[in-house]
Design a protein around this ligand. Structure first.
Ligand code: ZN
Length: 223
């Protein structure tokens, strides 16, 4: 069962003191094929990031200790209206919190493309739980873009290569780009380097078949 606790934070950008709910414990019972955890009780994912209600600086708890000057400058000069829409400051949706965090970390020199992709992936999990398919798709596309850039730039550690290839393929499948999904899922299934994970290979093969089936069904509908 998900247990939350209230923590007190001080915004490193504007100095505002505020309370936020954080995760105390979680009971995980499985995961979706894009690694979204299935839990007993409330979805905890939304509560791993915190947002200042005044300036909307958003980050993981550990990053509230200090802020880089570029991030501070960005937050203080940005309204975030496109992300916030009409949400109340103290009751933001999980997907909104992650979108704000992604915007902030994009200005943090320590954040890698994989780190940013992971934030958009988590935003897509939250959007799915919120029933917002349009936002879920938009976040999945942002995650794909950054994961692909990370692979292209050689930024992915060998231990994570196969998993990231799998995730790109699975996200392509979820947004309906079946040919691209099959290509990436085959790469994950056939991955042969030192850090090959047979479970990821099996999952990639399974999801590759699912993508192929969807593509074939679409071809029949098009005829
Ligand atoms: Zn603030």
């Amino acid at each position: 069962m998900t247990k939350l606790l209230v923590i007190e934070l001080v915004c490193p950008v504007c100095g505002t003191h505020f309370s936020s709910r954080a995760v105390r414990s979680v009971t995980t019972v499985g995961q979706d094929t894009d690694f979204c955890p299935r839990v007993v009780g409330e979805n905890p994912v939304a509560h791993y990031v915190h947002v200042c209600p005044r300036c909307h600086f958003a980050a993981f708890e550990g990053d509230f200790d200090q802020v880089q000057p570029q991030v501070r400058e960005f937050v203080l000069s940005t309204a975030f209206d496109d992300v916030l829409e009409a949400e109340a400051p103290g009751a933001l949706l999980g997907s909104t919190k992650y979108l704000l965090a992604a915007r902030c970390y994009e200005h943090d020199a320590r954040a890698t493309r994989v780190h940013l992709a992971d934030l958009y992936l988590r935003a897509s999990w939250c959007a799915r739980a919120e029933g917002d398919i349009e936002r879920e798709r938009a976040c999945q596309l942002e995650a794909i873009l950054r994961f692909e850039e990370a692979i292209a730039e050689g930024e992915v550690h060998p231990e994570r290569q196969q998993t990231i290839l799998y995730l790109i393929g699975e996200l392509y499948r979820r947004v309906g780009r079946y040919e691209l999904a099959e290509t990436m899922l085959k790469r994950a299934a056939d991955y042969q380097a030192e850090h090959r994970d047979p479970d990821i290979a099996d999952l990639a093969r399974q999801q590759c078949r699912a993508a192929m089936l969807h593509r074939c069904n679409n071809m029949v509908i098009d005829l």
